[in-house]
Ligand binder design. Sequence first.
Ligand code: ATP
Ligand code: ZN
Length: 284
Amino acid sequence: MKLKIAIQKSGRLHDDSIKLLKECGIDINNGVNKLKTEASNFPLEVFFLRDDDIPQYIEDGVADIGIVGENVVLEKKKQVNIVEKLGFGKCRLSMAVPKSFEYTTVKDLENTRIATSYPLIVQEFLQRNGIRAEIHEISGSVEIAPGIGLADAICDLVSSGSTLFMNGLKEVETVLKSEAVLAACHNLQPEQQVLLDKLVFRIQAVKRAKNTKYILLNAPNEKLNEIIGLLPGMKSPTVLPLAQEGWSSVHSVLNENDFWDIIENLKAAGAQGILVVPIEKMVI
Ligand code: ATP
Ligand code: ZN
């Protein structure tokens, strides 16, 4: 029994999807122009598809699971489960209007023409806000629609906002925040579910490790309690005596977000020789 996974053939999610599988210890040879391939060390078959088609393939059971933007899952309205957020492909679906448009509230979208590749999500957003507007579905280059007179506003994916800026547009509403997700078919065979659980277990270990650093430092014994008090750690930190009398080595793990604050406090408390190293996998 194999698990069939669909990933984007080329585009923004392709490289990170392959990288994630590699980090999960799954070797796939990713030949150019291949439609599918197999992992050599995990019962996984990989299909390379356009991202828009992935939810449909999963619903139909052609693929069992897939990596795709949450934005695409929500727009396509297919019967799939979102199993895990993957932490890459982060973007937002936003309303944008020409810089000269005097925009104060969402009500200013009333009676406008909005160009988008996400008609269903936009329709829901307008309904939620009680706004009537005309939706023009276009499949690409949405940002040029106001410039060529096709629309008054657009709703498109944004990450930095530079594309909007270059096209004389300003972002006025966030409709949805999105990132790549692992989606799965509703009716997996029990054996496939076991394989999916195995994969998710590995993905979680990789994700956890990305947000965490391993820290080693030397501390004078009389400062140990204070220093240990500053460290969160998974359980309690490891403390080992150093060859030099009166000193210990302390090992622990830190959350990336707290990193700089904690390092400063540790130094101030008398820690020396602080080493911070990346963690590859983390299983709790
Ligand atoms: P395909 O050929 O597979 O249909 P595409 O052109 O529709 O590709 P991409 O532009 O590669 O798709 O985007 C794939 C996904 O990457 C998007 O659906 C979204 O989830 C995510 N993404 C992240 N940042 C951005 C961004 N700035 N613009 C567009 N998509 C982004
Ligand atoms: Zn697409």
